[in-house]
Design a protein around this ligand. Structure first.
Ligand code: 6PG
Length: 252
Protein backbone atom coordinates (compact mmCIF):
# COMPACT_ATOMS: atom_id res chain seq x y z
CA UNK A 1 0.00 0.00 0.00
CA UNK A 2 1.39 3.40 -0.93
CA UNK A 3 1.76 5.73 2.06
CA UNK A 4 1.45 9.52 1.89
CA UNK A 5 4.74 11.16 1.00
CA UNK A 6 6.65 13.63 3.12
CA UNK A 7 6.15 17.27 2.15
CA UNK A 8 9.09 18.23 -0.02
CA UNK A 9 12.09 19.02 2.19
CA UNK A 10 9.84 19.64 5.20
CA UNK A 11 10.66 18.05 8.55
CA UNK A 12 8.85 14.81 9.23
CA UNK A 13 6.44 14.62 12.12
CA UNK A 14 7.63 12.59 15.12
CA UNK A 15 9.13 9.31 13.96
CA UNK A 16 8.20 6.38 16.12
CA UNK A 17 11.56 4.83 15.37
CA UNK A 18 14.22 4.45 17.99
CA UNK A 19 17.78 3.95 16.73
CA UNK A 20 17.72 0.30 17.74
CA UNK A 21 14.35 -0.37 16.11
CA UNK A 22 15.57 1.11 12.84
CA UNK A 23 18.40 -1.34 12.36
CA UNK A 24 16.71 -4.68 11.87
CA UNK A 25 19.72 -6.41 10.32
CA UNK A 26 22.49 -5.97 12.84
CA UNK A 27 25.61 -8.18 12.41
CA UNK A 28 28.71 -8.84 14.48
CA UNK A 29 31.11 -8.22 11.58
CA UNK A 30 31.31 -7.22 7.95
CA UNK A 31 31.75 -10.81 6.73
CA UNK A 32 28.49 -12.05 8.18
CA UNK A 33 26.76 -8.90 7.00
CA UNK A 34 28.12 -9.41 3.46
CA UNK A 35 26.92 -13.05 3.46
CA UNK A 36 23.40 -12.19 4.54
CA UNK A 37 23.03 -9.13 2.33
CA UNK A 38 24.26 -11.05 -0.71
CA UNK A 39 21.78 -13.84 0.05
CA UNK A 40 18.89 -11.38 0.39
CA UNK A 41 19.74 -9.53 -2.82
CA UNK A 42 20.24 -12.77 -4.77
CA UNK A 43 16.82 -13.90 -3.56
CA UNK A 44 15.19 -10.70 -4.76
CA UNK A 45 16.90 -11.02 -8.14
CA UNK A 46 15.72 -14.63 -8.53
CA UNK A 47 12.16 -13.58 -7.68
CA UNK A 48 12.30 -10.76 -10.22
CA UNK A 49 13.61 -13.07 -12.93
CA UNK A 50 10.85 -15.56 -12.13
CA UNK A 51 8.10 -12.94 -12.31
CA UNK A 52 9.40 -10.43 -14.87
CA UNK A 53 11.82 -12.47 -16.94
CA UNK A 54 14.69 -10.08 -16.14
CA UNK A 55 15.97 -8.21 -13.10
CA UNK A 56 17.36 -4.70 -12.71
CA UNK A 57 19.92 -4.08 -9.96
CA UNK A 58 21.43 -0.76 -8.81
CA UNK A 59 24.60 -0.78 -6.70
CA UNK A 60 26.55 1.76 -4.69
CA UNK A 61 30.27 2.23 -5.02
CA UNK A 62 32.69 3.47 -2.39
CA UNK A 63 34.71 1.33 -0.02
CA UNK A 64 32.07 -0.46 2.09
CA UNK A 65 30.51 -2.88 -0.43
CA UNK A 66 33.61 -4.83 -1.58
CA UNK A 67 32.94 -8.00 0.44
CA UNK A 68 29.24 -7.94 -0.34
CA UNK A 69 29.91 -7.50 -4.08
CA UNK A 70 32.38 -10.39 -4.14
CA UNK A 71 29.85 -12.66 -2.50
CA UNK A 72 26.95 -11.51 -4.63
CA UNK A 73 28.97 -12.08 -7.78
CA UNK A 74 29.39 -15.73 -6.84
CA UNK A 75 25.70 -16.41 -6.29
CA UNK A 76 24.13 -18.98 -8.58
CA UNK A 77 21.67 -16.94 -10.59
CA UNK A 78 20.73 -16.61 -14.21
CA UNK A 79 22.99 -13.57 -14.43
CA UNK A 80 22.45 -13.24 -18.19
CA UNK A 81 18.97 -12.03 -17.25
CA UNK A 82 20.23 -9.33 -14.88
CA UNK A 83 20.88 -5.70 -15.79
CA UNK A 84 23.31 -3.92 -13.46
CA UNK A 85 23.95 -0.22 -13.03
CA UNK A 86 25.59 1.83 -10.35
CA UNK A 87 23.45 4.21 -8.30
CA UNK A 88 26.12 6.84 -8.90
CA UNK A 89 29.39 7.20 -10.72
CA UNK A 90 32.40 9.38 -10.14
CA UNK A 91 33.27 11.32 -13.27
CA UNK A 92 36.64 9.71 -13.89
CA UNK A 93 37.86 7.19 -16.47
CA UNK A 94 36.57 3.69 -15.81
CA UNK A 95 40.07 2.37 -15.09
CA UNK A 96 40.73 5.12 -12.53
CA UNK A 97 41.10 3.77 -8.95
CA UNK A 98 38.21 6.09 -7.92
CA UNK A 99 35.83 4.70 -10.54
CA UNK A 100 32.85 2.77 -9.20
CA UNK A 101 32.74 0.82 -12.47
CA UNK A 102 36.25 -0.32 -11.71
CA UNK A 103 35.07 -1.47 -8.28
CA UNK A 104 32.39 -3.64 -9.90
CA UNK A 105 34.93 -5.02 -12.38
CA UNK A 106 37.22 -5.99 -9.51
CA UNK A 107 34.47 -7.59 -7.43
CA UNK A 108 31.01 -8.44 -8.76
CA UNK A 109 32.11 -9.16 -12.32
CA UNK A 110 34.93 -11.46 -11.25
CA UNK A 111 32.33 -14.08 -10.43
CA UNK A 112 29.35 -15.62 -12.18
CA UNK A 113 27.88 -12.14 -12.41
CA UNK A 114 30.21 -11.46 -15.34
CA UNK A 115 27.34 -12.76 -17.47
CA UNK A 116 25.16 -9.79 -16.41
CA UNK A 117 24.62 -6.79 -18.67
CA UNK A 118 26.23 -3.63 -17.29
CA UNK A 119 25.00 -0.15 -18.18
CA UNK A 120 27.43 2.62 -17.31
CA UNK A 121 26.55 6.01 -15.84
CA UNK A 122 29.71 7.46 -17.35
CA UNK A 123 30.67 8.65 -20.77
CA UNK A 124 34.08 10.09 -21.61
CA UNK A 125 34.73 13.46 -23.27
CA UNK A 126 31.63 15.24 -21.93
CA UNK A 127 31.17 17.06 -18.65
CA UNK A 128 28.48 15.33 -16.58
CA UNK A 129 26.08 18.27 -17.00
CA UNK A 130 26.20 17.73 -20.77
CA UNK A 131 25.86 13.97 -20.47
CA UNK A 132 22.65 13.83 -18.42
CA UNK A 133 20.41 13.18 -21.43
CA UNK A 134 22.67 10.40 -22.71
CA UNK A 135 22.80 8.67 -19.34
CA UNK A 136 19.06 9.17 -18.73
CA UNK A 137 18.31 7.55 -22.10
CA UNK A 138 20.46 4.55 -21.14
CA UNK A 139 18.57 4.14 -17.87
CA UNK A 140 15.19 4.68 -19.56
CA UNK A 141 15.99 1.83 -21.96
CA UNK A 142 16.13 -0.59 -19.01
CA UNK A 143 13.04 -2.26 -17.56
CA UNK A 144 12.31 0.29 -14.83
CA UNK A 145 11.68 0.39 -11.95
CA UNK A 146 14.74 -1.19 -10.35
CA UNK A 147 13.98 -4.51 -8.70
CA UNK A 148 16.75 -4.02 -6.15
CA UNK A 149 18.85 -1.06 -5.09
CA UNK A 150 21.63 -1.29 -2.53
CA UNK A 151 22.78 2.06 -1.19
CA UNK A 152 25.70 3.03 0.99
CA UNK A 153 25.81 6.22 3.02
CA UNK A 154 28.56 8.75 3.60
CA UNK A 155 29.38 10.16 7.02
CA UNK A 156 27.74 13.41 5.86
CA UNK A 157 24.45 11.59 5.21
CA UNK A 158 24.76 11.41 1.42
CA UNK A 159 23.37 8.44 -0.48
CA UNK A 160 24.24 7.72 -4.12
CA UNK A 161 25.65 11.18 -5.05
CA UNK A 162 22.93 13.17 -3.34
CA UNK A 163 25.35 15.26 -1.30
CA UNK A 164 24.48 17.97 1.22
CA UNK A 165 25.46 21.26 -0.43
CA UNK A 166 25.40 19.64 -3.88
CA UNK A 167 24.73 22.08 -6.73
CA UNK A 168 21.84 19.99 -8.05
CA UNK A 169 20.59 18.58 -4.76
CA UNK A 170 17.21 20.34 -4.79
CA UNK A 171 16.24 18.93 -8.16
CA UNK A 172 17.68 15.51 -7.25
CA UNK A 173 15.35 15.40 -4.22
CA UNK A 174 12.34 16.76 -6.11
CA UNK A 175 9.77 13.98 -6.27
CA UNK A 176 7.63 16.11 -8.58
CA UNK A 177 10.23 15.77 -11.33
CA UNK A 178 10.49 12.81 -13.72
CA UNK A 179 14.25 13.26 -13.99
CA UNK A 180 15.98 9.86 -13.71
CA UNK A 181 19.56 11.05 -13.21
CA UNK A 182 21.40 14.21 -12.34
CA UNK A 183 24.91 15.55 -12.54
CA UNK A 184 26.21 16.61 -9.14
CA UNK A 185 29.10 18.68 -7.85
CA UNK A 186 29.53 19.13 -4.12
CA UNK A 187 32.13 20.29 -1.61
CA UNK A 188 32.10 16.79 -0.10
CA UNK A 189 32.71 15.00 -3.41
CA UNK A 190 36.25 14.85 -4.77
CA UNK A 191 35.06 14.79 -8.37
CA UNK A 192 31.85 15.55 -10.30
CA UNK A 193 29.29 12.79 -10.21
CA UNK A 194 26.37 11.31 -12.07
CA UNK A 195 23.63 9.99 -9.80
CA UNK A 196 20.22 8.42 -9.89
CA UNK A 197 17.69 10.87 -8.44
CA UNK A 198 15.75 10.26 -5.25
CA UNK A 199 12.57 9.41 -7.16
CA UNK A 200 14.42 6.76 -9.19
CA UNK A 201 15.83 5.28 -5.98
CA UNK A 202 12.49 5.34 -4.16
CA UNK A 203 10.69 3.52 -6.97
CA UNK A 204 12.78 0.37 -6.44
CA UNK A 205 10.92 -2.75 -5.35
CA UNK A 206 13.56 -3.59 -2.75
CA UNK A 207 15.75 -0.92 -1.22
CA UNK A 208 18.69 -1.74 1.04
CA UNK A 209 20.92 0.61 3.00
CA UNK A 210 24.30 -0.91 3.86
CA UNK A 211 26.27 0.96 6.50
CA UNK A 212 29.17 -0.06 8.71
CA UNK A 213 30.66 1.53 11.82
CA UNK A 214 29.30 3.36 14.84
CA UNK A 215 29.81 6.80 13.34
CA UNK A 216 27.52 6.08 10.41
CA UNK A 217 24.96 4.57 12.74
CA UNK A 218 24.93 7.80 14.74
CA UNK A 219 24.72 9.87 11.57
CA UNK A 220 21.74 7.84 10.43
CA UNK A 221 19.97 8.25 13.77
CA UNK A 222 20.57 12.00 13.58
CA UNK A 223 19.38 12.20 9.97
CA UNK A 224 16.17 10.34 10.73
CA UNK A 225 15.41 12.15 13.99
CA UNK A 226 12.40 14.46 14.16
CA UNK A 227 13.13 17.89 12.74
CA UNK A 228 16.00 16.87 10.43
CA UNK A 229 15.82 17.84 6.75
CA UNK A 230 16.70 15.93 3.60
CA UNK A 231 18.54 18.99 2.29
CA UNK A 232 20.95 18.66 5.20
CA UNK A 233 20.86 14.85 5.45
CA UNK A 234 19.94 13.44 2.03
CA UNK A 235 19.57 9.90 3.44
CA UNK A 236 16.45 11.21 5.12
CA UNK A 237 14.84 11.49 1.70
CA UNK A 238 14.52 7.69 1.74
CA UNK A 239 11.89 8.02 4.47
CA UNK A 240 9.51 9.32 1.83
CA UNK A 241 9.24 5.78 0.56
CA UNK A 242 6.97 4.04 3.06
CA UNK A 243 7.91 5.90 6.18
CA UNK A 244 11.01 3.70 6.43
CA UNK A 245 14.38 4.12 4.74
CA UNK A 246 14.61 0.61 3.29
CA UNK A 247 16.14 -2.44 4.93
CA UNK A 248 19.15 -1.33 6.91
CA UNK A 249 22.12 -3.69 7.18
CA UNK A 250 24.66 -2.63 9.78
CA UNK A 251 27.72 -3.94 11.59
CA UNK A 252 30.30 -2.20 13.80
O1 6PG B 1 30.54 6.70 -5.22
C1 6PG B 1 30.24 6.74 -4.06
O2 6PG B 1 30.96 7.32 -3.23
C2 6PG B 1 29.02 6.05 -3.55
O3 6PG B 1 28.22 5.36 -4.32
C3 6PG B 1 28.50 6.67 -2.30
O4 6PG B 1 27.17 7.02 -2.24
C4 6PG B 1 28.89 5.73 -1.17
O5 6PG B 1 27.93 4.73 -1.01
C5 6PG B 1 29.09 6.48 0.10
O6 6PG B 1 29.96 7.54 -0.15
C6 6PG B 1 29.71 5.61 1.17
O7 6PG B 1 31.01 5.35 0.80
P1 6PG B 1 31.99 4.46 1.64
O8 6PG B 1 31.44 3.09 1.58
O9 6PG B 1 33.31 4.59 0.95
O10 6PG B 1 31.98 5.03 3.02
Amino acid sequence: MKMPTETRLAPLPQLALADTALIEHDYADSHSLADELAAAVANDLSDAIATRGRALLGLAGGTTPRQFLLRLGNKRLDWAKVDVTLVDERWVAEDDPRSNTRLLQETLFQGMARAARFTSLYTPLLQPENAEDIIAARIRSLALPYDVIVLGMGADGHVASLFPGGDNLARALDLGSDRLVTAMRAPGASEPRMSLTLSTLLAADSLYLHIEGRTKREVLAQALAPGAHAAQWPVRGLMQRRGEPGRIYWCP
